[in-house]
Design a protein around this ligand. Structure first.
Ligand code: GLU
Length: 911
């Protein structure tokens, strides 16, 4: 048995050897001088070929041995490596990437007639492929053609070319040749050597081309069309800096020539409004690309086929094509590999055939159809024209080098042009009969069509249709739409839009994240937030101590404090002030004692008398005490007037009492039920909220679903009026209700911020037109007018205008009366200073008259003053002692400055 098997294997082996003549495994070499991507691609491709050679007819019996060699730029070293390789007998050399080394390797290969394959962008203009060499990169003449065609199709007359090196001039050859009688002009700007590409380094003059400064100058000029032609290595930096300079703005149109545009992160430019057009050779959506990518995903370390760079992908395709060509060579001739000396004396006789087979073979690869023309250049190249949208790059056209004059703009793009034109088209617009957005018209006659409806949404769509000149048919749909997790479908308005049963939906349709994933919304035409609708607060029964209400507790305590301080000051200043010491017996010029009216009790009595507006018999005599008394009276006047005025307000206004003031209080209490519209955005807000209170509230609503979640806003409002129920609804609807239902009111602030938008199909081309119309309406005040009409005027608006109950009295705080306290404090301080001055003056005078030292007199005086017990002074004071000898009424001055008339009477007078 074993011998039998061995014999069969031997027969197979011998037949293979004799049929093809080539060894079973042939060596192909890859020279790599750049990043590892090329080598990985080279090896992956070889691995796949070797694996598939048993199943794939095109590759049968092709067994490749990959020899990957890293090379530097040293040409001598490269020549040694190539010599070593050819000595071992190889069938082809791939790479390297650098221009100089690649050309050097190519010339060695040409001498020995070993096929050389390169995948680099070569801008040499030769119109025939050199020797046995094949370049898989689209030829510069093809690229030049597509750039030219793009500019023609986009109708660019003037444009700037931001270029990296002179190779660009070859690529832009056709564009630059564009004759000028039609006023076409190209402005060339050299990007410079980087890394700063914002400023000019140097620029070259070209026939009929102006040579100017770089990005900065493009910005200041009125050139709006820009072609950016640079390698993918610097493209990211160039785009970033162009954006910084401001030449990637809304007014600019940009063509990026690099076929690697899609590998960059373009998010920073997606929303800048720049009109960004690019080209790609690899279509990530192509099934071959995705299949190949999925096979090698892990080896390549990429997440997405759009990250595939063109040159490494070409390397992959080149190996594939080479293997197929080699299979044909093997089938055709009984050849063999040859060990070649490096002196060029021997050639590989099958090299040319292999090269010819490569030119005549074709395969579908990562870069589309890989095929060569007679001249040895890629033919049938298909490039996708891509446009940067808010959702990333979108294919808008296809160009094929075989009919190079035309770009096939995708029917979609054409269609969108048609669609963008809204004029004279008729759309189905969904509305709901939710007040005030949509009502059925009340009429005696039978109405038909759109005439049957009125309301804010109906007026709004009508205004938009007049601006954009389209027709519409209104359709009523009750359900706004919700997503069914089981069927994976949307219901209601949103479902109809998704299924193309309607074009737009306009009502109080809240823009939510979930909805926005399914449909597109215009910019919000109304802003709102969630709030609470609850029945109006009841009136508070008057309190027993409502007389205290006019002032806040703080003011009352300050008032008491000030009263005590001022009374004490009257007492102290009364003692300090010399003028307050009076002769109790005006007829005795030299009294033994002096009297002071500001006793402790009198001081308090005097101060309270002023507050109570009653006065007292005590009247200050000294300047300082009078000063302080005046300020105190002024203070009392203001305080009493304020109190009286505010008390009047408190007695006339009954302050309403709310059962709760905000959503937290509502959530905490147990006896008021609350809910929101079932399936509405408000309920969704509570469902998706991370806030613990809102979560609890949602749990409550879910648990009491049948009782608290009405299907319509009207039902909810009715519940508020008839039950102990709070309805969570959108502020705009609350405003509408409270204009008409005077028994209900909005409680608390807004829980969130959102808006209503007009819904339409995802990626709808009409969105910008609708947004523009909405903006126009909003700027002209149209939306505000409609709001006023449907909220405040029509259908019972303005009913609850005077019943707002918002006039409530507020207690006066320190902020209201603080100024009076301040005036009093300053005045009292001045009076104290003046009293001290008066005292010192009096003591000085006494000390001179009595010939007592000032200090001794002052100490005596102060000692007496500090003795708070008495109000009678036994000390002799100024004026009293000096006239001690005269015991008569002459010169006697009673306390109030008038001389009483002394009437002498006798018993005989009565007769
Ligand atoms: N505007 C809400 C929506 O679009 C309906 C009302 C509400 O949930 O409060 O679903």
């Amino acid at each position: 048995m074993v011998t039998k098997c061995l014999l069969i294997l031997l027969a197979i082996f011998l037949s293979c050897v004799y049929v093809s003549g080539f060894p079973k495994k042939v060596i192909i070499a890859g020279l790599f001088d750049e990043d590892e991507g090329f080598q990985t691609m080279f090896e992956s491709s070889v691995r796949v070929i070797n694996k598939e050679r048993h199943e794939n007819e095109e590759l049968s019996n092709v067994f490749l041995g990959p020899e990957a060699i890293q090379v530097e730029t040293d040409l001598f070293e490269i020549s040694l490596k190539v010599c070593e390789l050819v000595k071992t007998g190889i069938v082809g050399i791939f790479g390297p990437q650098k221009k100089v080394t690649a050309e050097y390797v190519q010339s060695i290969c040409d001498t020995m007639e070993v096929p050389h394959i390169s995948v680099r962008q070569d801008s040499s203009e030769s119109f025939q492929s050199r020797g046995l060499s094949l370049n898989f990169y689209p030829h510069v003449s093809s690229l030049s053609q597509i750039y030219y065609q793009l500019v023609i199709d986009l109708k660019w007359k003037n444009f700037a070319i931001l270029y990296e090196n002179t190779d660009s001039l070859i690529r832009m050859r056709l564009l630059l040749k564009r004759s000028d009688p039609h006023g076409n002009s190209a402005f060339m700007y050299h990007l410079g050597d980087g890394p700063n590409y914002r400023t000019l380094i140097n620029c070259i003059a070209w026939h009929r081309i102006l040579c100017r400064q770089a990005m900065q100058e493009i910005k200041t000029s009125d050139i709006e069309n820009i072609i950016i032609d640079c390698s993918s290595d610097i493209l990211n930096d160039v785009l970033k800096q162009a954006q910084q300079v401001g030449i990637l703005s809304e007014k600019h149109k940009v063509i990026v020539t690099s076929l690697d545009l899609q590998t960059l992160d373009l998010e920073p430019y997606q929303y800048s409004g720049v009109n960004f057009t690019g080209l790609r050779l690899i279509d990530p959506e192509d099934p071959i690309v995705s299949q190949t990518f999925n096979k090698h995903k892990n080896e390549w370390g990429l997440d997405d086929p759009s990250q595939l760079q063109v040159e490494p992908a070409l390397m992959y395709d080149a190996v594939q094509l080479f293997a197929r060509a080699f299979k044909q060579l093997k089938d055709a001739i009984k050849g063999d590999v040859k060990e070649l000396p490096c002196d060029g004396s021997v050639r590989w006789e099958h090299g040319l055939s292999l090269s010819n087979f490569m030119r005549s073979t074709e395969t579908q690869g990562l870069t589309g159809l890989v095929k060569f023309d007679r001249d040895g250049f890629r033919s049938n190249i298909q490039l996708d024209i891509v446009h940067l949208t808010e959702n990333g790059l979108k294919k808008i056209g296809v160009w094929n080098s075989t009919n190079g004059k035309n770009i096939d703009w995708l029917p979609d793009t054409k269609k969108s042009d048609v669609e963008l034109n809204l004029q004279n088209r008729t759309f189905i617009v969904l509305i709901s009969l939710t007040a005030p957005y949509g009502y059925e018209k009340e009429s005696w006659t039978t109405l038909t069509g759109n005439d049957r409806y009125e309301g804010f949404a109906v007026d709004l769509i009508d205004s938009i249709s007049q601006i954009s000149k389209f027709n519409y048919t209104l359709q009523v749909e009750k359900d706004y739409g919700s997503y069914n997790n089981r069927t994976k479908k949307w219901s209601g308005m949103l479902g109809k839009i998704i299924n193309d049963e309607a074009d737009f939906a306009i009502t109080d349709l809240t823009i939510t994240e979930e909805r926005q994933k399914a449909v597109d919304f215009t910019n919000p035409f109304m802003n709102l937030g969630i709030s609470i609708l609850y029945r109006k607060a009841g009136k508070q029964s008057p309190s027993l101590f409502s007389f205290l209400s006019p002032f806040s507790n703080e003011v009352w305590s300050y008032l008491i404090g000030v009263y005590i301080i001022v009374s004490l000051l009257f007492f102290v200043m009364g003692r300090l002030c010399p003028a307050e010491w009076n002769n109790p017996y005006p007829c005795i010029e030299e009294p033994e004692e002096l009297d002071n009216q500001f006793t402790f009790k009198n001081a308090f009595w005097f101060a309270i008398g002023a507050i109570m507006q009653q006065g007292s018999e005590i009247a200050p005599i000294g300047i300082s005490t009078r000063m302080m008394a005046s300020l105190w009276w002024f203070f009392c006047l203001i305080m009493v007037s304020s109190y009286t005025a505010n008390l009047a307000a408190f007695l006339t206004v009954e302050t309403p009492v709310q059962a709760f003031d905000n959503v937290e209080e509502l959530a905490k209490q147990k006896h008021i039920k609350y809910g929101a519209k079932d399936g509405g955005a408000t309920l969704k807000f509570f469902e998706h909220s991370d806030h613990s209170t809102y979560k609890d509230m949602f749990e409550f609503m879910k648990a009491n679903k049948d009782d608290v979640l009405p299907k319509e806003n009207d039902i909810g409002v009715n519940k508020v009026k008839t039950e102990n129920y709070a309805f969570l609804m959108e502020s705009s609807s609350i405003e509408y209700i409270t204009e008409r239902e005077c028994k209900v009111a909005k409680v608390g602030g807004l829980l969130d911020e959102k808006g209503y938008g007009i819904a339409m199909k995802k990626d709808s081309p009409h969105r910008p037109k609708f947004n523009a119309a909405l903006l126009k309406l909003s700027e002209s005040g149209g939306i505000a007018d409609l709001q006023k009409k449907w909220w405040k005027e029509k259908r019972g608006g303005g009913k609850c205008k005077d019943d707002g109950g918002s006039n409530s009295a507020e207690e006066l705080g320190v902020a209201h009366v603080g100024g009076v306290f301040l005036v009093l404090t300053v005045g009292v301080a001045l009076s104290c200073i003046y009293t001290i001055f008066e005292l010192l003056w009096d003591v000085a005078q006494t000390s001179i008259q009595e010939n007592v030292p000032f200090k001794e007199e002052l100490i005596n005086e102060l000692k007496f003053i500090i003795k708070f017990s008495g109000s009678k002074s036994t000390r002799r004071r100024n004026g009293a002692s000096s006239k001690s000898e005269e015991n008569s009424t002459r010169g006697c001055t009673p306390p109030y400055g008038f001389i009483p008339t002394v009437i002498t009477t006798s018993p005989t007078d009565d007769k």
